[in-house]
Design a binder for this molecule. Structure first.
Ligand code: NAD
Length: 280
């Protein structure tokens, strides 16, 4: 028996951060399964472009400008989606990211260099809140709004995006690390909370992929690998960065009831072995 064939015909899939690199790939792949996609992003241009590409290729999608940090914005868009596409079956919480204001220059505190570098003590309070909110509240609030549609239905699922930082924090990015640890924890909490509703809640923890969000940390202005890149690759048993397409199989596995009907509350690393390697 072939374990699964994915068919999401007429399922309504709401994707936040759909204008971003990972969810753009997720949306294009999902558009080939028969699903009806609601593409949400604060960057309207990005989702309008994606909607065009998907619909021209024969898929069904609709773009919505939406701020995942505003319940009002989410409620308004929820009403529109109900009219346009119907009740949400699947929610992918893809909006997230880090911000330089919440990133230190130093990996380890050196008191002699405190005047030269942005240390933990210099991190901007608003920057820290922004990153924490975007990653944590930006997942919790859409889940509050859209999971209500799933009550009493079959085959519904929530997918969150965690990170390597959730297992052990990376240097320099304390707010992002803590928020992603919160996402892994929240994924487990949700899975338990929905036990009577059979709404499965799982997360994907991508390893290292080069994107707009992190390319300045990974390559210098000449395009040469930074020290951080060298460290990442030497701690990745597969010794390379991932390709965004390599996340799609895990997404499909988690969304396909035939394949994963007994899987809930897990965080799956897709990381070339990074999280398995102690460095020795
Ligand atoms: P990205 O920056 O390309 O995409 C994020 C999208 O979220 C953007 O289109 C942005 O406009 C949107 N967004 C930001 N704030 C928003 C808001 N308030 N409301 C609605 N939309 C908003 O990033 P990506 O690399 O595609 O990352 C997607 C998710 O995966 C994020 O949660 C990120 O933290 C996580 N992640 C990425 C990597 C990686 O290597 N790229 C690794 C681990 C985890």
């Amino acid at each position: 028996m072939i374990p699964f064939e994915i068919n999401l015909l007429n399922k309504v899939v709401v994707i936040t951060g759909a204008g971003g690199i990972i969810c753009n790939t997720f949306a294009k792949a999902l558009s080939k399964t028969g699903a009806k996609l609601a593409l949400l992003d604060i960057n309207e241009e990005a989702v309008l472009q994606l909607e065009k590409e998907i619909n021209e290729a024969g898929g069904t999608s609709q773009a919505y400008k939406c701020n995942v940090l505003s319940s009002d914005s989410l409620k308004k868009i929820h009403e529109e989606i109900l009219k346009d596409l119907g009740l949400c079956d699947i929610l992918i919480n893809g909006a997230g990211g880090n911000n330089p204001k919440a990133t230190t220059d130093d990996e380890y505190l050196d008191r002699n260099k405190m005047n030269e570098l942005k240390t933990f003590y210099d991190l901007d309070e608003d920057g820290i809140r922004f990153v924490f909110d975007l990653n944590f509240m930006g997942t919790l609030l859409p889940t509050q709004i859209f999971s209500k549609d799933m009550l009493g239905k079959e085959g519904c699922s929530v997918i969150n995006i965690s990170s390597m930082n959730a297992y052990t924090p990376l240097t320099k990015i304390p707010a992002y690390s803590a928020a992603k640890a919160g996402i892994s924890n929240f994924t487990q909490w949700l899975a338990v909370y929905f036990k009577n509703e059979n709404i499965r809640c799982n997360a994907i923890a991508p390893g290292f992929f080069v994107t707009k969000q992190n390319e300045k940390m990974l390559f210098n202005d000449l395009g040469e690998p930074t020290e951080r890149t060298k460290k990442i690759l030497s701690n990745t048993p597969m010794n390379r960065f991932g390709k965004i397409d390599e996340l799609v199989g895990t997404l499909f596995f988690l969304l396909c009831n035939d394949a994963s009907s007994f899987v809930t509350g897990v965080v799956i690393p897709v990381d070339g072995g990074f999280s398995a390697y102690s460095g020795v």
